[in-house]
Design a protein around this ligand. Structure first.
Ligand code: SUG
Length: 446
C-alpha cells in the first residue's frame, strides 16, 4: 500500500445549534436563532464519511467535545451543581451559555495543522492543535482536540502531536483551514502553503476579524521542522475577508499539484504563484486553476461554498474529484462553472455533490468537516484502528446518533439542564464504542 491522504471528520455534536457566534461568517449570522436539527446534522456528516470510505479512501472519526462546557462557566464565576450553573448562566449570561454550548468542534479543518512526515526534519508526522483564539466559543476546543489527536495517533516515535500555540491573539491559529499542501504524490516531499489574514496583533480598520496570523504560521512551520525552501506564506486579500471569507478555505482548496482558488483569494496572486513555483522547483509543476470574478462572482463563491469542497484523488481516477456542497448546484454561476471544469482538460475531472446543509448553515462545508492526514503505510498501521471508519463503526455510530441526539434544538433549549446529562450519557456510550477509555472527557475525570 502506498502513502494515502486520510480524512478525519469531526462528528457533529449533540448541541449543534445556530448561535450566530462568528462575526464575519455570513451563514452563521444569517441563520442565527433558527431551530437546528442535531440528529440530521450528525447523520449528514456520517453519510459523507461513509461515502468516502466506500469510495476506497481512509476515513477517520474525531469524537464530539463535551457541551455545554462547564469548565468555561465555572471559570466565569458560576458555581454549585451542574444544573444550577446552567440555570444561572441561562438567566444572567445567555451569550456565555451559547458559547459554551457550541458544536463548532465539528469543523475538523480547524482542529489542527498537519505536516506529513515527508516534509519534516525528524521524519515524524507533526500536528498542532489550533488555539482558535479569535472566537470565544472556539477557544475552548484546543485541549480536547489535543486529546483526540493523541488518541488517534498514539505512537510518539511516528507522530508528534503539539498542544496549541500560546493563547494570545498574536498567535491566532485556526488550523488547516488556512494551510494547503501541494505535492507530486502524497508520499513525496511537498510544498506547504500557510495563509494569514493579519501579521500578528490587532489591525484596525477591518469590519470582520482576520483570524489567522503570520506569526502563528511561522511558529507552526518552525515547530513542525519544515524546510524553509519548501514553505510559502501568503496573505488573504483583506477585501475578501470583508466579503465573508473568514478562512482561506472559503476561497481556495488544493490537492496534489493543483491549487484551485478564486481570483480575489490572495492579496497578491502573482507573488503567490511565483513563490509556489519556486518552492516546488525540482518536485513538480504547480497547476493553478483560477476562477475569475466574471465566471463566478466572489459573492456566489461564498454563498455556495464552491471552494469549501473537498478536492480528492480517488483510486483509479486520473483526475481529481471535487466533492462540493449541494448548494453549488443551486447557484447558477457555480453550477455552470462546475460543468465547465469537468468538460475541460484541467486537473479536476469530476464534481460530486453532498448534502451537509445543517453544517452549511453555520458556515461549514464539506471541507470544513474534515482534517486531512497524509499517512504512510507504517503510520497508518500505527494509527488507532478504533477511530477509523468501517462498515461496523458506521452502523454503530448511526445507531448511537439515533439513540442519543435530539431531533430539533431551539435557542431556548440551551437552558435545559437535561441537555448536559443527555450529552454526558451519550459521550460515555461513545467512549465504549470507540475504545476511548474513561477519562477521555473532563466530566469523566470529576
Ligand atoms: O468558525 N462556524 C464556524 C465555521 C467554521 C468553518 N470552517 C472552515 N471554513 N474551515 C466558524 O465560524 C458558527 C457557530 C454559531 O454561530 O453557532 C461557527 O462557529
Amino acid at each position: 500500500m502506498a502513502t494515502v491522504e486520510a480524512n478525519y471528520d469531526g462528528l457533529v455534536g449533540l448541541t449543534h445549534n445556530y448561535g450566530g457566534l462568528s462575526a464575519g461568517n455570513l451563514a452563521s449570522a444569517r441563520n442565527v436563532g433558527q431551530v437546528s436539527r442535531p440528529r440530521e446534522g450528525a447523520l449528514q456528516g456520517l453519510a459523507k464519511m461513509k461515502r468516502l470510505h466506500d469510495a476506497g479512501l481512509v476515513q477517520g472519526v474525531l469524537p464530539p467535545h463535551e457541551r455545554p462546557f462547564l469548565p468555561l462557566l465555572r471559570g466565569a464565576g458560576f458555581s454549585g451543581t451542574d444544573s444550577h450553573i446552567i440555570e444561572e448562566t441561562a438567566t444572567h449570561a445567555p451569550a456565555l451559555l451559547k458559547a459554551a454550548s457550541s458544536s463548532a468542534f465539528m469543523w475538523a479543518a480547524n482542529a489542527a495543522t498537519i505536516s506529513p512526515s515527508g516534509d519534516t526534519r525528524d521524519g515524524r508526522l507533526h500536528a498542532s492543535a489550533a488555539n482558535l483564539t479569535t472566537m470565544l466559543h472556539r477557544s475552548i476546543e484546543g485541549p480536547q482536540t489535543t486529546r483526540s489527536l493523541r488518541a488517534a495517533f498514539p505512537d510518539e516515535t511516528r507522530f508528534a502531536i503539539h498542544a496549541p500555540l500560546p493563547m494570545q491573539e498574536s498567535f491566532g491559529d485556526e488550523g488547516a483551514a488556512n494551510h494547503v499542501r501541494l505535492c507530486a504524490d502524497h508520499g513525496e516531499t511537498g510544498v506547504e502553503i500557510f495563509v494569514h489574514g493579519r501579521l500578528s496583533g490587532f489591525e484596525p480598520g477591518l469590519k470582520f476579524p482576520a483570524r489567522q496570523t503570520l506569526m502563528a504560521n511561522e511558529a507552526l512551520a518552525r515547530r513542525h521542522g519544515l524546510n524553509a525552501d519548501r514553505t510559502v506564506y501568503a496573505r488573504q486579500a483583506p477585501a475578501t475577508i470583508e466579503a465573508g471569507a473568514f478562512h482561506n478555505d472559503v476561497v481556495c482548496v488544493g490537492a496534489k499539484t493543483c491549487l484551485f482558488f478564486h481570483e480575489h483569494a490572495f492579496a497578491d496572486t502573482e507573488q503567490v504563484k511565483t513563490d509556489i513555483r519556486r518552492a516546488a522547483k525540482d518536485l513538480f509543476e504547480p497547476q493553478f486553476e483560477i476562477v475569475c470574478e466574471d465566471d463566478v462572482p466572489l459573492r456566489d463563491a461564498i454563498t455556495s461554498y464552491l471552494f469549501n469542497s473537498m478536492l480528492v484523488e480517488m483510486p483509479n481516477e486520473a483526475r481529481l474529484v471535487l466533492i462540493a456542497p449541494a448548494e453549488c448546484r443551486e447557484t447558477p454561476s457555480v453550477a455552470r462553472h462546475c460543468e465547465k471544469l469537468v468538460a475541460g482538460n484541467g486537473p479536476i475531472g469530476r464534481v460530486d455533490f453532498v448534502d451537509v446543509r445543517q453544517s452549511m448553515r453555520n458556515g461549514g462545508g464539506p471541507a470544513c468537516l474534515r482534517l486531512r492526514v497524509v499517512l504512510s503505510d507504517a503510520e497508518r498501521a500505527g494509527a488507532n484502528p478504533d477511530m477509523l471508519l468501517d462498515d461496523a463503526l458506521y452502523a454503530k455510530l448511526t445507531g448511537w446518533v439515533k439513540r442519543h441526539y435530539r431531533e430539533a434544538l431551539a435557542p431556548a433549549d440551551l437552558a435545559d439542564p437535561h441537555l448536559l446529562s443527555e450529552g454526558q450519557e451519550a459521550l460515555d456510550a461513545l467512549c465504549a464504542i470507540m475504545g476511548l477509555g474513561s477519562g477521555f472527557y473532563p466530566f469523566q475525570q470529576m
